[in-house]
Design a protein around this ligand. Structure first.
Ligand code: AMP
Ligand code: MG
Length: 401
C-alpha cells in the first residue's frame, strides 16, 4: 500500500498540472484572490516631494533659528512660494514642498510669535529631515505587486496607488461535493432508527471556503449503484474542477464508488494509503477535451474525510493560489499516545503555547466517527510511520487547525 508521502506526491503532481483560468475583478472584490498579472506602477510614488509631518518648511542653514512665516501649504493645495534662508511656510503632512525647501521642522519643535517662527531651545533640525522624496516608494514602470500574489489588504493599497481598478486574477476552483449513504438524512430532520444526519458535506464546505474556493453541494445519494452512477455522470459533465464524494469507497458490500468511477472513465491513480484515519481514500482524474478534473472519493467517517482534505488537498490548493502554507509546529507531548501500527497517524490534539514553548495534550478517543471530539481539538498531531506509542515528553509535529 502507498505511504502517505507517496500518496501526497501523486496528488501534488496532478495539482501542479492544473492551468488556472483567469478573470477580471474590480479592486473591491480582489481581497484573497490571486493575481494573474504583474501590477506595474503608472506613476512615481510618491509622485512629488512632500512633507512627512505637520510643520514648517525651511531652506536649511544650520545657524539660523528664526524665520518669517510667509504662507501656508496644505495637502492638495499647493501654492508657489520660493523659500529664502530667512523665511518659512507652514506645511501639512502630505503637502507638496515649496521651492528651495530642504528641511521641515515639526510643529512641536517651534514657537510662534506674531509672524515669526522660532526654534525651541535645544531642538535640532538637520538637512533633509521630514521630506518624503518623489519615487522613494516605487518608480514609474516598476512592478509593485507580482503575479501569483495572494492578495491581502496591504497589496490592495499598492494596487490602488498604481491606478488599477480592474485586476486580472485566477478563477477559483469549483469543488463539487456529493454525499453517499442510505443512512444519511438532512440536517433539519431528526434521525429515527438507523439514520444519521449528514455532516461531512458541511465540514468540506468549510474546508473549501477556508482556502477561498467555490463549491456546489450535490446533496445526498442512496447506496444504489445506478443512482450514484447517474449523479456522478451528471457531475463529471458539469464545469466543476474537483469532485469530493464521501462514503461508499471502502470494502463494504454497498461501496460502489470505485466501480462507478471506473465505468464512467475516471483514471484511478490510487485507492488506499497507509494512514489513519482516512485509509480508504480514492484518487483519480477525469479528462475530457483539454480539461482534467481531480476526483477524490473520501471515506464516509466524518473525521477521516476532514483529515483527508487537510492532509492531501488543502496545501496543494494553497500552493496553486500562492496562499501561505500552514506551518507545522513542534511541540512537547503532555501525555502518552497510543499508536501500535506503522501507518502515518494524524491525531486530534490540543496545542498550547506557554511562554516560548509549545505543548500538546490529547485525551481524545481518536475514533474516526467522533466529529465532536475533532471539533474540540485545535491541531492534528502527526505521528510518523516508524514512531510507535509516543511517550510524554517527546517532541512531535502538529498541524494547527
Ligand atoms: P462508508 O465510508 O460509507 O462506509 O461510511 C463510513 C461511516 O461514515 C459510516 O458510519 C457512515 O454512516 C458515516 N458517514 C458516511 N457519510 C457520512 C456523512 N456524509 N456524514 C456523516 N457520516 C457519514
Ligand atoms: Mg456508506
Amino acid at each position: 500500500m502507498l505511504s502517505y508521502t507517496e500518496a501526497f506526491t501523486l496528488i501534488q503532481e496532478q495539482f501542479q498540472k492544473i492551468k488556472l483560468e483567469t478573470e477580471t475583478v474590480h479592486i473591491e472584490d480582489a481581497f484573497h484572490r490571486t493575481l494573474a498579472e504583474d501590477i506595474i506602477s503608472d506613476i512615481n510614488l510618491p509622485p512629488f516631494d512632500n512633507s512627512a509631518v505637520d510643520g514648517y518648511a525651511v531652506k536649511y542653514d544650520g545657524k539660523i533659528t528664526e524665520w518669517e512665516i510667509v504662507g501656508e501649504i496644505s495637502a492638495g493645495n499647493f501654492t508657489e512660494i520660493k523659500l529664502t534662508k530667512n523665511n518659512t511656510v507652514k506645511i501639512m503632512t502630505g503637502a507638496k514642498i515649496p521651492e528651495n525647501c530642504t528641511a521641515i521642522i515639526p510643529i512641536e519643535d517651534v514657537e510662534i510669535e506674531n509672524n515669526s517662527l522660532k526654534l525651541i531651545t535645544d531642538s535640532k533640525y538637520i538637512k533633509g529631515m521630514n521630506i518624503r522624496n518623489c519615487s522613494t516608494d516605487i518608480s514609474f514602470g516598476e512592478i509593485a505587486v507580482t503575479k501569483n500574489t495572494y492578495l491581502k489588504s496591504r497589496h490592495l493599497a499598492s494596487i490602488a496607488s498604481c491606478g488599477k481598478n480592474n485586476i486580472k486574477v485566477f478563477k477559483k476552483l469549483k469543488f463539487g461535493i456529493l454525499a453517499t449513504g442510505d443512512e444519511l438524512i438532512p440536517v433539519n430532520e431528526k434521525p429515527k432508527d438507523d439514520k444519521i444526519r449528514i455532516s461531512n458535506t458541511y465540514s468540506l464546505i468549510g474546508e473549501v471556503q477556508d482556502v477561498n474556493q467555490e463549491y456546489i453541494n450535490y446533496g445526498i445519494v442512496k447506496d444504489n449503484k445506478e443512482i450514484i452512477k447517474g449523479k456522478a455522470h451528471q457531475i463529471l459533465k458539469s464545469d466543476i474542477d474537483i469532485l469530493l464524494t464521501t462514503g461508499g469507497v471502502s470494502v463494504g458490500e454497498y461501496d460502489y464508488l470505485k466501480d462507478v468511477f471506473e465505468e464512467l472513465g475516471v483514471k484511478k491513480i490510487f485507492w488506499c494509503a497507509f494512514i489513519k484515519p482516512g485509509k480508504p481514500c480514492y484518487f483519480g482524474t477525469y479528462s475530457k477535451g483539454n480539461k482534467t478534473k481531480l476526483i477524490f472519493g473520501l471515506p464516509g467517517n466524518p473525521v477521516s474525510s476532514q483529515v483527508n482534505f487537510k492532509v492531501y488537498i488543502k496545501e496543494n490548493v494553497k500552493n496553486l493560489f500562492g496562499i501561505e502554507n500552514t506551518p507545522q509546529i513542534k511541540a512537547e507531548l503532555l501525555n502518552d499516545l497510543k499508536k501500535e501500527d506503522k501507518k502515518r497517524h494524524f491525531m486530534n490534539g490540543i496545542l498550547k503555547r506557554v511562554n516560548d514553548k509549545y505543548f500538546i495534550s490529547s485525551k481524545f478517543s481518536q475514533s474516526s466517527g467522533n466529529m465532536v471530539e475533532l471539533s474540540k481539538a485545535n491541531c492534528l498531531i502527526i505521528i510518523e510511520e516508524e514512531h510507535l506509542n509516543p511517550k510524554k515528553g517527546e517532541v512531535v509535529k502538529c498541524i494547527p487547525m
